[in-house]
Ligand binder design. Sequence first.
Ligand SMILES: NC(=O)c1ccc[n+]([C@@H]2O[C@H](COP(=O)([O-])OP(=O)(O)OC[C@H]3O[C@@H](n4cnc5c(N)ncnc54)[C@H](OP(=O)(O)O)[C@@H]3O)[C@@H](O)[C@H]2O)c1
Length: 261
Amino acid sequence: MHALHRPLGRSGLTVSPLGLGTVKLGRNQGVKYPQGFELPDDRAAAHLLATARELGINLIDTAPAYGSSEERLGQLLAGQRQHWVICSKVGEEFENGQSRFDFSPAHTRASVERSLQRLRTEAIDIVLVHSSGDDVAILRDSGVLETLADLKREGKIRAIGASTKTVDGGLLAAQCTDAVMVTWNPQHTAEKPVLDECLAQHCGVLVKKAFASGHLSGPDAVRQNLAFVFSHPAVSSAIVGTLNPDHLRANVEAAVAAITG
Ligand SMILES: NC(=O)c1ccc[n+]([C@@H]2O[C@H](COP(=O)([O-])OP(=O)(O)OC[C@H]3O[C@@H](n4cnc5c(N)ncnc54)[C@H](OP(=O)(O)O)[C@@H]3O)[C@@H](O)[C@H]2O)c1
């Protein structure tokens, strides 16, 4: 997959077409997967990351709202930080089984400082606004984007963006950030105008829920979903969550087939 690494919009970052989502490394409460699961132990998690790296994956997605995910990555990626493009988020906190949102400048700054510590790094490659769904008001009125821009100027962040839930929010993010994270799969095509706008604006596109959070239909769904995802030329990378190294291999194979035709 190394030969297929591509620019993330105009951010200056180069990412693999498949990224590794890490909700399942740190959180198994309040998630929408078809089956319950245990968090992997350190050995299994290290093996998963080594497999990802071996397969040519350089992009890893985490968030403060993913339980112990950031903290575990800080530990697991020690000594190999420079290999990875790390994407984290701000705005959502998950505590005692419940999400809570805060997009204020003070919380944004404190959250990024905490992510830097947990991830044991001096700069986070990408920080996305982890939207509650009220995308436009958050991006326009909360001060979160201005604070992230300050942190970027200070060198603590390399690129900023938003994980959005609405078309209007995605369009706004496409116009004023480096990368938008959108839901895009054969069962969820409503955000196509956002992908079109990202293409026009040279804004990076990170796809979440390419496999509808594991609600896959039929034996060929992995191949079909990734063929669909990469049929839009704006897509920089699909962030797929898995704990299973065999699934990871199959996903890389399907992504390469989708891109190289
Ligand atoms: N910003 C946001 O608001 C937001 C929201 C959701 C997700 N995300 C990010 O996007 C990532 C992916 O989203 P997601 O985890 O919700 O959904 P997803 O990537 O659509 O689906 C993940 C599920 O698919 C299963 N899976 C993966 N590869 C498979 C294969 N080859 N065959 C069969 N099943 C397979 C995984 O189970 P196994 O472990 O068994 O493989 C997992 O349960 C997350 O980890 C997170 O980083 C962001």
